[in-house]
Design a protein around this ligand. Sequence first.
Ligand code: ZN
Length: 308
Amino acid sequence: MKKIYLMIGFVFILLTYFLLYVKPLYSKLTWTSVNICHTIQGDAHVISKNDTHFLIDTGTHREAPLYLVPFLKKHHIHTIEAILITHPHFDHYGGVVDILEANITVKKIYMNMPTKEQMHKEWWGGEYKHLITIQKSAKKYHTELLPITQGLKLSFDSHSYIDVLYIYDGIHTPIGKTSINDMSAVTMLVDGKNKFMLTGDLDKDIGKYLADHSKKLEADMLKVPHHGATTLAPHSFFKVVHPKEIIVTAPQALWCSQRCKDIRDFAKKEHYQTYVNGFNGDITVTSYNNKYIITTEKSPKELCKEGQ
Ligand SMILES: [Zn+2]
């Protein structure tokens, strides 16, 4: 009889240990690259774990109310810990105000403001007055607006977090003045042993500099910079990241165009498993500490006609 009690006690202790310490290791983390590339390119990444949510970029003002806000509502995401805007171009910051106005609480927005001159020089990428509107909306909705700094960590817990590896201001960089795309925050999403890199629209100059100088770029997956279009980070950057899979935030027409031909051919040569929002719809990576699976809304047999 005594033995049975001892056994029950032992099993009870074992179960308590597993529930307290082992179960949290298997809490899943999800990263969805939301398809807001129906008519125009855009980035919107919803990253969630245990009902805590971060967003990296918000797509365009044209598509965010149609696809990103409904995605958040559908998944009952009413509070966002922080939105990180990788760089100040409209296809990345465009949905910020739409989210704030949709009764979704955003605690913090991390975004680096360029100078008026930087914005005016790249008139096609966005307008300085949009950035002022974001500042005003953040104030109205009591959202903290903070700068992005190297080493910034957006954490779920001690082994799941988004780490800002590099960020430059386009003026004081190791290679002098750069484009606004090269102001993109280079971030690593870490979940235990899994590493996923998101790079905004990292351009050829800082892309090359990091490929030549950084030793911490290796990742399982890469969100391709600049929607796969020239003048994105060079092949050498892809080589050091050395991903198995890539996600491209592009509409079908852009991915199959001449502007993406170089990276389409390179991805094929390197045998990267390629996912494109315009073809696959929403792309979700579900990570369990040391393994991950990728699921997509749609599964086309081939992407572009030439055969991806
Ligand atoms: Zn972009």
